[in-house]
Design a binder for this molecule. Structure first.
Ligand code: DX5
Ligand code: ZN
Length: 231
């Protein structure tokens, strides 16, 4: 027996592999092409072997995109708690922290909520999905990395799909995001496993037709997005 899904498909392009010197126009280009939100990759050169940008850049971007644009900020940093206030001030909507970056995830979740932001927890490929079970009721979203965090343009890790499927089976209404290597060629695997929030960097930003790519991603997710009620 099935019923109307309680979760929705949303496509959030990652601007990491775009022309970062023109971040505002690149962001508006994908928003005009049908993106539901923007995925902003913050890296500190410590938690991951790359450096991108932080709250000052996010804050500048906030004033250059339409009011209401949702900023999903992927914090690939050590000591994420240091940046909660700055990210809230910069206009971050969802603060997504790595499980591996903190010893006190429950405290971090509370602090992010107190700052008025949505909160997501993300796991690297080698981290078992079971670590998020105790946190699911307290977060708005779980992100399953489908590449090692740090760089855009990597190969999609199909072997992460059992983690997505496990979560979807346990939590039919949870927002489950996937990030890394998503494209029209790989989306079916992620959609079938149960992902409903799709981050796509290279596939969208480097396409001559981002609208078409976003639509293909959306069509695949919607095809598989059937909420099955418990027997
Ligand atoms: C990787 C980032 C991803 C990345 C996705 O560390 O978290 O968001 O930009 O880019 P693609 O889609 O090119 O793998
Ligand atoms: Zn990301």
């Amino acid at each position: 027996m099935s019923s109307t899904p309680c979760i929705k498909c949303q496509i959030g392009p990652s601007v990491l592999n775009s022309d970062l010197a023109n971040l505002a126009s690149e962001s508006n280009r994908v928003l005009d092409s049908g993106a539901d939100y923007l995925h902003l990759d913050v890296m500190d050169g410590h938690f991951v072997p790359n450096i991108t940008f932080g709250a000052p850049v996010v804050k500048c971007l906030r004033s250059k995109v339409p009011v209401g644009t949702y900023f999903d900020v992927h914090m690939m940093v050590s000591e994420p708690e240091k940046w909660i206030r700055d990210m809230e001030d910069a206009g971050c909507n969802r603060f997504v922290f790595h499980y591996e970056s903190t010893d006190r995830p429950a405290d971090l979740i509370r602090l992010v909520r107190e700052a008025g932001m949505d909160v997501g927890v993300v796991v690297k490929p080698k981290t078992p999905v079971s670590v998020v079970y105790p946190l699911v009721d307290h977060v708005d979203m779980v992100l399953i990395m489908t590449v090692e965090p740090g760089f855009g343009g990597q190969k999609f890790m199909t072997d992460m799909m059992p983690k997505v499927a496990d979560l979807r089976a346990r939590y039919p209404n949870l927002d489950i995001e996937v990030d890394g290597g998503l494209s029209p060629a790989t989306i079916d695997a992620a959609a079938q496993a149960g992902a409903n929030l799709i981050v796509a960097g290279t596939a969208v930003m480097k396409s001559d037709n981002p609208k078409d790519v976003i639509q293909q991603l959306r069509d695949s997710v919607n095809k598989w997005l059937v909420y099955k009620t418990p027997a």
